[in-house]
Design a protein. Sequence first.
Length: 159
Amino acid sequence: MKRTFLAAAFVALAPSAAHAASCTVSAIAIAFGTYIPSASSPTDNTGSVTVTCTALLQAVQYTIALNAGQNSGGNFAGRRMRNTAGTSFLSYQVFTNAARTTVWGSGTGGTSTVSDSYSCVTCINQSRSYPDYGRLLGGQFSARPGLHSDTITVTVTFN
């Protein structure tokens, strides 16, 4: 009887089929604060993208891509924030590294994505955060007073 019980317990723990991880993505925006056009040096700040997954007995692998933003015309080099009146823009960029040398994009046009993978025995709401490093260029004298913003879409592709 004891052998039957142990065998049944073993079968109950063995996975019968692979289950997909359940994941969500969230982001904390980069806030540059008050912009002073006469400042010649750039204004730097950070935000983050967080991927939270629940998975059982599997590897979790994904790639995080950012689009060029609403006001760029689809060009990563042309990322810009528009003021609420729609009369001026401020150029900025988002990078994957603190040195601000690798543009975070879709992996095209000289941009890079961020990839990660890890194994889960039992992962419940396992969160991993990835900083994004923003830079608002200095000396943009054409900027008008007011709130400037842009929206970037984050896409997570699971492998």
